[in-house]
Design a protein around this ligand. Structure first.
Ligand SMILES: N[C@@H](CCC(=O)N[C@@H](CS)C(=O)NCC(=O)O)C(=O)O
Length: 208
């Protein structure tokens, strides 16, 4: 078998899930050796930090030893490696796709900050921050409901993947947010995202 690319991977990470979905969409998943890498908490992962000084996943080691991160860079790299329809479209559609990707990634950044806060000892968690992050996530969902029809009609792109991954992460960690309430069109679009083979093949799993 040809040498594989090594992906620092976790089934709990939505950013990792995003690159795995892209890899499946463009037919590259079989070329990835997924190495379970545990990050988070306060202990530095020194081995990972030798490859990515940020100590974050996903981090991808190419066959020639070149190391790339973060998730967006890896997604764009995968999209460059195939000859099919591109997930990063040409201008002007690219602008909308990148803006949607930024919105999805921004939602994940907020969600992960909020999850991190939950792990602080009781009494040291910041209620005002938790409330702010919750309000931002709900505002993002409301904005997305406004473009749900255009999401459903448009050509599938990295923007769709960014948004779909973010909404699925809300299901995974923020069930109490009930983001589907009053968001019928967005929920309908997300159901189609959720049913894609690339998404089904890469579930989020709380494995420890
Ligand atoms: N902007 C990065 C974010 C990646 C990220 O924050 N990953 C989390 C796991 S879901 C992580 O590695 N956290 C460990 C840490 O921040 O120390 C990307 O898009 O790849």
């Amino acid at each position: 078998m040809a040498e594989m690319m090594k992906l620092h991977w976790s089934p709990r990470s939505p950013y990792v899930r995003k690159v795995m979905v892209v890899a499946h969409e463009v037919g590259l998943a079989e070329q990835l050796e997924c190495v379970r890498t545990v990050v988070g908490g306060t202990a530095p992962h020194l081995e990972l930090m030798r490859e990515n000084p940020l100590g974050k996943i996903p981090t991808l080691v190419l066959r020639d030893g070149t190391i790339i991160y973060d998730s967006r860079v890896i997604c764009e790299y995968f999209d460059m490696l195939h000859d099919g329809p591109k997930l990063f479209p040409a201008w002007p559609d690219r602008l909308t796709a990148l803006r949607r990707l930024a919105l999805g990634d921004g939602m994940l950044d907020i969600a992960l900050a909020s999850v991190g806060e939950r792990f602080r000892p009781a009494g040291t968690q910041s209620e005002p921050h938790m409330a702010l992050w919750r309000a931002k996530l709900l505002t993002c969902v409301a904005a997305l409901e406004g473009e749900a029809d255009s999401l459903a009609e448009g050509t599938f792109s990295i923007g769709h993947i960014g948004i779909g991954i973010a909404l699925s992460y809300l299901d995974f960690r923020f069930g109490d947010l009930q983001w589907r309430e009053g968001r019928r069109r967005l929920a309908a679009w997300h159901a189609t995202f959720d049913a894609r083979p690339s998404v089904v093949a890469n579930p989020l799993v709380d494995d420890r």
